[in-house]
Design a protein around this ligand. Structure first.
Ligand SMILES: *Cc1c(COP(=O)(O)O)cnc(C)c1O
Length: 228
């Protein structure tokens, strides 16, 4: 079932990319694995998933252990508290949700200790929803400048989670907004062209996100079914 789901998601991604003249190979699926058992996640990996997205450190550790023989990246897609940043730097290839200097500094320090480098995305809160993490647009450039000075962190791009809408068209302005913000930061010399990742779009709206430039779509329900 998971393999079938992924086949259909891939087809939808290809069609969405083609509608706007994008190369579908620019887009990778992050399997959002919260609450899933390791067997289901393994099935997804065997069906071609190369990135697993986690919301919780404890779950990530268990899944990572269970999939130790698989070639797969683990990304943090949930909010990361500063006091857990050290642990996160031991577990994840990339943290997609960096939104303040102290977390970035803590990740960098731990990477200096463990001899690793890690990828980071800056999480942007375009709608300025008070209950959500992520930075307002105007604070992204200063945080990017700060991260770029940390030798162990590789800034790869931006991530966002728009407000929830039933109609994906209503999320489109936020997806477009993240792409435009990235373009502006590149024009202003803050980001270089290779820092191109845009992590946006979930089960309900990933095709719209792809049309607006997503390079990473974070998908849970459409792969694994409804969460319990
Ligand atoms: C759960 C989750 C997703 C995936 O949500 P679905 O609607 O199940 O596809 C994406 N991003 C984040 C940050 C999540 O927590």
């Amino acid at each position: 079932m998971i393999a079938d789901n992924l086949r259909s998601i891939n087809e939808r991604i290809v069609r969405a990319a083609c509608r706007v003249g994008r190369d579908p190979n620019e887009i990778r699926i992050v399997a959002a694995a919260k609450g899933q058992n390791p067997q289901a996640i393994r099935e997804a990996v065997q069906a071609g998933i190369t990135i697993i997205g986690h919301n919780y450190l404890q779950e990530a550790l268990q899944v990572k252990d269970a999939l130790a023989n698989e070639t797969v990246e683990h990304h943090m897609i949930g909010h990361l508290q500063r006091n857990k940043a050290g642990k996160a730097a031991d577990i994840f290839e990339t943290v997609q949700t960096v939104d303040n200097e102290r977390v970035a500094a803590a990740l960098n320090t731990r990477c200096q200790d463990n001899g690793r480098r890690m990828g980071v995305l800056i999480q942007v809160n375009l709608a300025r929803e008070p209950q959500k993490s992520g930075l307002p647009e105007e604070q992204v450039a200063p945080l990017a400048d700060y991260i770029l000075k940390l030798p162990r962190l590789e800034l790869k791009g931006l991530m966002t989670m728009p407000p929830f809408f039933d109609d994906p068209e209503r999320a489109r302005p936020y997806f477009a907004g993240l792409r435009e913000l990235r373009e502006r930061l590149e024009r202003d010399g803050v980001l270089s062209p290779d820092m191109k990742e845009l992590s946006m779009g979930m089960t309900g709206d990933f095709e719209t996100a792809v049309e607006e430039g997503a390079t990473l779509v974070r998908i849970g329900t459409a792969i694994f079914g409804e969460r319990q």
